[in-house]
Ligand binder design. Structure first.
Ligand SMILES: CC(C)(COP(=O)(O)OP(=O)(O)OC[C@H]1O[C@@H](n2cnc3c(N)ncnc32)[C@H](O)[C@@H]1OP(=O)(O)O)[C@@H](O)C(=O)NCCC(=O)NCCS
Length: 155
């Protein structure tokens, strides 16, 4: 899956291709919440599978800090290019919101590029309501913010 992202010109999983050990060390450090870079918090990765085939990934941040309130929010996700527009983006966010509920998040923040129609579709399909714009402290990019209320019994 990581190779497919790279071949499509998306470098987000480059480390997984080039140095899998370093990639899994990185994941474990984030899961444990130790030795994190500035502006990062404890984070859990989830993998979406259809049978044996890995379809996508999501990341759940365990708390919001000032940086994430502007850029990143609670949850990020991606679906491999060959499996897009089949509802998997909507599904991975639905499942990750259940995990968020399990760690006590009651109101999830998501941020996205205003031109990312696919991500906005995923958020709206999960009940996201527009919460205004922000400007990323890192990139200076304008972002849309959305809130999703999470019921404790979310199924
Ligand atoms: C965003 C992303 C996860 C969407 O995944 P997906 O599996 O294609 O999403 P879905 O199939 O659930 O589609 C969700 C909605 O967006 C719409 N949509 C999907 N791709 C679209 C596109 N390229 N342009 C316009 N609308 C699009 C779908 O039609 C659907 O709307 P509908 O339910 O009203 O028909 C995927 O495009 C991706 O991985 N992008 C790169 C990473 C990224 O941008 N992540 C989000 C920011 S953290």
């Amino acid at each position: 899956m990581a190779r497919e992202f790279l071949e499509a010109g998306d470098p987000r999983l480059r480390l997984a291709c080039e140095d899998p050990d370093a990639f899994f060390d990185h994941l474990e450090r984030f899961e444990a919440g130790v030795d994190l870079p500035r502006n990062r918090v404890r984070q859990t990765w989830f993998w979406l599978y259809r049978g044996e085939r890995m379809i996508g990934a999501s990341r759940l941040r365990h708390r919001l800090i000032r940086f994430l309130q502007r850029d990143g929010g609670h949850i990020a996700y991606e679906i491999r290019p060959s499996e897009r527009r089949k509802g998997y983006g909507t599904e991975i966010l639905r499942l990750t919101l259940k995990e968020a509920a399990a760690i006590g998040v009651r109101r999830a923040l998501l941020t996205t590029d205003p031109t990312n129609a696919a991500s906005i579709g995923v958020i709206r399909n999960n009940g996201g309501t527009f919460g205004g714009n922000s400007v990323s402290l890192e990139s200076g990019q304008l972002l849309n913010r959305y809130w999703i209320e999470i019921r404790a019994d979310r199924g």
